[in-house]
Design a protein around this ligand. Structure first.
Ligand code: SF4
Ligand code: SF4
Ligand code: FES
Length: 570
């Protein structure tokens, strides 16, 4: 349909509202209560526009003396979020209408009357639509000289969300999210007029698997994360596109890092995978990437750990495998990137290993929205790599091969079999355990040789979710042998971009001496040599038909469906 916004004619498809049509053609209409993933509420009045439609006569639109359609203007400004665009509609936004400019100033003045304006101590500052809209469209000062309304502060709505009622602008996004998306109607609006705010029902909590999404969609700092609040200002953190590895959905995320520590993970829009949302469990699944990390290769004997150089550790690994490839099994991992698993399978096959095992980690069942029973991100990649590895041993087959003495050396790649069925008795049957581990977990603790494996936040690679969508992760934190500012793909915070080496945020703290598995294994036996994750993916796509044509470039930011090669559009 044709729509004219601020005197410019545009064509839009489908049946959008005025606000959606404007967004599609790049015209910003400020708003608070509208969210593309929720029903229309139309309560904040920030999205006002003037609009009119062509006056229709018996022979179509009536024309004026200049031959232009006569426009029937609506008598008052209307909310663009709730008004459908229609053929020939003419719209005036704040850019061309003084009425709208004044209306937006008025709306903001009303919203701010009782707002605490505590931006300097508010987590939302720096990413706050109220702050931004006030800066762009608001009045220059306040005319309100009276005591503001006071409402509850620091209310723990549930295990993960803290509420400040004075900051709430009653947009009801959080209420609608709980009702419509989480299907857990745990919030409502209470009180009246300028005293109203949101609350849980008496004696109940905001406690559902998706509760923390309300923090992201709250257009002010009224809802904050119990786990993240006051840890950093937004501009101190870098944000890097990533993918959640908490289950087989592979929700698209942003990883937020300050001083090389992951402080929060937030969802990134991908209509095919997670829309705008992610679950709380995935969001809070960051501790293992920050704490208890293996740093540098280690030899472990009788519970004591000795550091090794990378070269000595690689020499020991190579010697261990070549001495006994026939009695070696390699556990590959559905937590690892496709590139790491491919590198492991190719390297150990080349060394004469023929047995590869894999574990599955399932809990509960798939839910109505995102959560999958498969708690691993990359089983699909292991399925695709199976022809190269030979049929994987199941955990039971692996255990019985160890019990019978058929396997003497166990190499574990980014897995934890000693927390998943293997016992001290199995350990005593094995002459050697070599583990590529993120943390000092049950397997690393009983291994003879431990390599520190880079976690998903320290590497670049591919995960293929349960829908068959291949998605990329990028490094968001650095490891010892990488210079963060030289890492092309790592996000930089506003501080990172402008810091110099003596600034405190530029100090190399929280840096782990870890490497991606492919880098540890590259050239272990002379061949194969792995140059980069993208080069490995090219090697894999040459051998596996479903991966044909797949590269880090083709995956873009939102992934590619591997069966069809169809690019997933955002
Ligand atoms: S919600 Fe936004 S405007 Fe209000 S105090 Fe926080 S940053 Fe400032
Ligand atoms: S808490 Fe936030 S999302 Fe909920 S109604 Fe208030 S302003 Fe809107
Ligand atoms: S965005 Fe339209 S009324 Fe709030």
């Amino acid at each position: 349909m044709k729509i004219i916004i601020d005197q410019v004619e545009h064509q839009v498809e489908g049946k959008p509202t005025i606000l959606e049509a404007a967004a599609r053609v790049g015209v910003e209409i400020p708003h608070f209560c509208y969210h593309p993933g929720l029903s229309i509420s139309g309560n904040c009045r920030m999205c006002l526009v003037e609009a009119g439609t062509p006056k229709m006569g018996p022979n179509g639109p009536e024309l004026d003396a200049d031959g232009k359609p006569v426009i029937m203007w609506m008598p008052k400004p209307i909310t663009s979020c709730s008004t459908p665009a229609s053929e020939g509609m003419v719209v005036r936004t704040h850019k061309t209408s003084k009425v709208i400019e004044d209306a937006q100033k008025g709306v903001l003045e009303f919203i701010l009357i009782n707002h605490p304006l505590d931006c300097p101590i508010c987590d939302q500052a720096g990413e706050c639509p109220l702050q931004e809209n006030t800066f762009k469209y608001g009045p220059e000062g306040s005319r309100f000289e009276f005591e503001k309304n006071h409402k509850p502060k620091r209310v723990e709505l549930g295990p993960n969300v803290v509420f400040d009622a004075e900051r709430c602008i009653n947009c009801t996004r959080c209420v609608r999210f709980c009702d419509e998306v989480a299907k857990a109607p745990q919030l409502t609006v209470i009180e009246r007029g300028d005293h109203n705010y949101i609350a849980t029902f008496p004696g109940k909590e905001l406690d559902n698997p998706y509760s923390m999404n309300v923090i992201d969609i709250c257009p002010v700092g009224a809802l904050t994360s119990k786990h993240f609040r006051f840890k950093a200002r937004v501009w101190e953190m870098s944000e890097t596109d990533s993918v959640c590895t908490g289950c087989a959905r592979g929700c698209n995320t942003k990883t937020w890092v300050k001083n090389n520590e992951i402080l929060r993970v937030t969802p990134r829009e991908n209509p095919q995978v997670n829309q705008w949302w992610m679950c709380d469990e995935g969001r809070l699944n960051i501790k293992w990437m920050n704490e208890n990390r293996v740093s540098g290769p280690h030899r472990v004997a009788s519970g004591s750990r000795t550091s090794l150089t990378w070269e000595d550790a690689r020499t020991s690994l190579s010697a261990a495998i070549s001495a006994n490839a026939a009695k070696t099994a390699v556990v590959v991992s559905p937590y690892a990137t496709l590139e790491d698993s491919f590198a492991a399978i190719q390297t150990f096959r080349q060394a004469g290993v023929t047995r590869f095992a894999r574990y599955r980690h399932e809990k509960g069942s798939d839910d109505h929205l995102l959560i999958r029973a498969d708690k691993t991100p990359n089983q699909t990649a292991l399925d695709l790599l199976e022809p190269l590895a030979g049929t994987y041993l199941s955990p039971a087959q692996l255990a019985s091969a160890i019990e019978s003495g058929d396997i003497a050396t166990l190499v574990v790649i980014e897995e934890n079999p000693f927390a998943n069925g293997l016992t001290a008795a199995h350990r005593s049957k094995l002459s050697q355990v070599i583990s590529f581990s993120y943390n000092w977990d049950e397997t690393a603790s009983v291994a003879d040789l431990v390599f520190p494996a880079a976690v998903v936040a320290e590497t670049s690679g591919t995960f293929i979710n349960a829908q068959g969508i291949a998605q990329r992760v990028k490094p968001s934190k650095t490891v010892t042998h990488q210079n963060r500012t030289l890492m092309r793909e790592t996000g930089l915070s506003r501080w990172d971009k402008h810091a110099w080496k003596h600034d405190k945020w530029a100090k190399p703290v929280n840096v782990v001496d870890a490497k991606p598995t492919w880098e540890i294994l590259s050239g272990l036996n002379g061949e194969p040599v792995f140059q980069s994750p993208d080069a490995i993916l090219k090697m894999a796509s040459g051998l596996i038909p479903s991966l044909k044509g797949l590269s880090h470039g083709t995956m873009g930011t939102t992934g590619v469906k591997i069966q069809t090669g169809e690019v997933i559009k955002s």
